[in-house]
Design a protein around this ligand. Structure first.
Ligand SMILES: CC(C)(COP(=O)(O)OP(=O)(O)OC[C@H]1O[C@@H](n2cnc3c(N)ncnc32)[C@H](O)[C@@H]1OP(=O)(O)O)[C@@H](O)C(=O)NCCC(=O)NCCS
Length: 139
């Protein structure tokens, strides 16, 4: 397995992976264009790939708002979970953040125990008392 940067042509596999892992939301309107735009603004999109068959088995999307890094779509295909790949992607994501000298923030559903356990073990601390609010506008 290798961790590499997102390449043009990856998106269909990535969308399938997000659907299979339950992190996909159509209303987010994520697309190859959004990934390229976020990367141009200082973000990074990591892909975990099985080089033997070029299958994408994991993702970690790091966006940069000019102030801090946001970690999104950390996901590993169900058939490959529990093998240490999620931690590898998280470690690479933290290394990217450390190199920027930035903080890193994420949102996780309170029922998502595997992800919470991983984040806690990587040093993330919960922001007690906060709720997440959001508005979607039509493009
Ligand atoms: C969260 C996720 C990325 C972890 O990936 P993974 O490859 O299975 O994780 P790893 O094998 O690297 O395990 C890393 C740590 O995660 C935690 N973890 C993983 N699976 C777990 C489980 N079933 N129960 C509790 N903790 C678990 C453990 O702390 C584990 O460390 P350990 O092996 O030293 O105990 C994976 O479960 C996933 O893709 N989930 C669906 C998508 C998702 O919800 N992503 C998070 C969005 S916020």
């Amino acid at each position: 397995m290798i961790i590499r940067d997102y390449r043009q042509g990856d998106f269909l596999q990535i969308e399938d992976l997000w659907k299979e892992t339950g992190v996909y939301r159509s209303e987010r309107d994520d697309s190859p264009e959004v990934i390229l735009r976020c990367n141009a603004q200082g973000g990074r999109f990591l892909v975990l790939e099985d080089e033997t068959n070029n299958k994408i088995i994991g993702t970690s999307w790091l966006t940069w708002d000019g102030r801090r890094v946001h970690l999104q779509y950390l996901a590993v295909l169900p058939s490959q979970q529990g093998l240490g790949y999620g931690r590898k992607l998280a470690e690479e994501s933290m290394a990217f953040t450390r190199n920027k000298g930035s903080s890193i923030k994420l949102e996780v559903h309170h029922d998502n125990i595997p992800a919470i356990e991983l984040y806690l073990s990587m040093g993330f601390k919960i922001l007690e008392g906060y709720e997440v609010y959001l508005v979607y506008y039509e493009a």
